[in-house]
Design a protein around this ligand. Structure first.
Ligand SMILES: [Zn+2]
Length: 235
């Protein structure tokens, strides 16, 4: 199989056909990563006919009330069904705790994709928070294609992906957390959520050194981003 090569900047995500010492888009030095594209063939789907804007049913995207006053206020009355959000901050700012808190009141079947911690660690926190939700499911699967198969098979209403940096697509050999993996996995998951009207929250760590692919790369692709700061947590 012929493999295409592309060079992707780990700072800004820009593609380059040839290697260079400096990214021509953001100007960073030594940030281009060689990336093999294994699967380049994509099937073209038949597009549904466009509809008139007046016929669009806006009530098909109801608000999902989280019961957390500040969160509901921030999102204008709750999360929008079928929307994808990014919950970001430095490690230790309480992103995983926030996901569990959100699970208290969100309706429907929720799938927690645990890439960062074991199910035992998450269960401990779940118990400590006193949450009793038997609609919350957990998996440690981090392959994007396997997750999509799972989401298509089981009817989940909400996905928590903790974190986007732990997912990997089998289309690339790059390690999880690299620009190409973060970007590809986010796109694959966003597509399936939009198709099936699933509400999704990605967590993503911000790194200070800037060498690891940050959540910045997917900010433009999600419907909303929430930053968590250490001082926002009571401890
Ligand atoms: Zn760049």
């Amino acid at each position: 199989m012929k493999q295409a090569l592309v060079f992707i900047c780990s700072a800004c995500g820009a593609d380059h056909a040839k290697w260079a010492g400096r990214c021509r888009v953001c100007g960073s030095w030594n940030t281009l990563e060689e990336t093999k594209i294994v699967k380049t063939r994509t099937a073209v789907r038949k597009t549904a006919n466009p509809q008139t804007l007046v016929s669009v049913n806006s009530s098909s995207h109801p608000r999902l009330v989280t019961g957390l006053d500040e969160v509901d206020l921030l999102f204008g009355g709750g999360l929008v069904q079928g929307s994808v959000y990014l919950l970001t901050g430095e490690p230790g700012t309480g992103k995983s705790t926030m996901l569990l808190e959100l699970s208290r009141n969100l309706p429907g079947k929720i799938l927690y994709i645990a890439g960062e911690e074991t199910e035992f660690q998450i269960k401990e926190r779940f118990d400590r928070l006193g949450i009793k939700n038997d609609r919350l499911f957990i998996t440690r699967e981090t392959c994007a294609e396997s997750l999509i198969e799972l989401v298509n098979r089981e009817n989940f209403n909400i996905l928590f992906i903790d974190s986007i940096q732990m997912l990997s697509s089998s289309a690339f050999e790059n390690t999880p957390g690299s620009v190409v993996q973060v970007r590809t996995c986010a796109c694959l998951l966003i597509n399936v959520c939009k198709e099936k009207n699933i509400t999704c929250i990605f967590t993503g760590h911000i790194t200070k050194d800037g060498t690891t692919a940050g959540p910045k790369i997917i900010e433009h692709a999600v419907d909303g981003t929430v930053y968590m700061y250490p001082e926002a947590i009571d401890s």
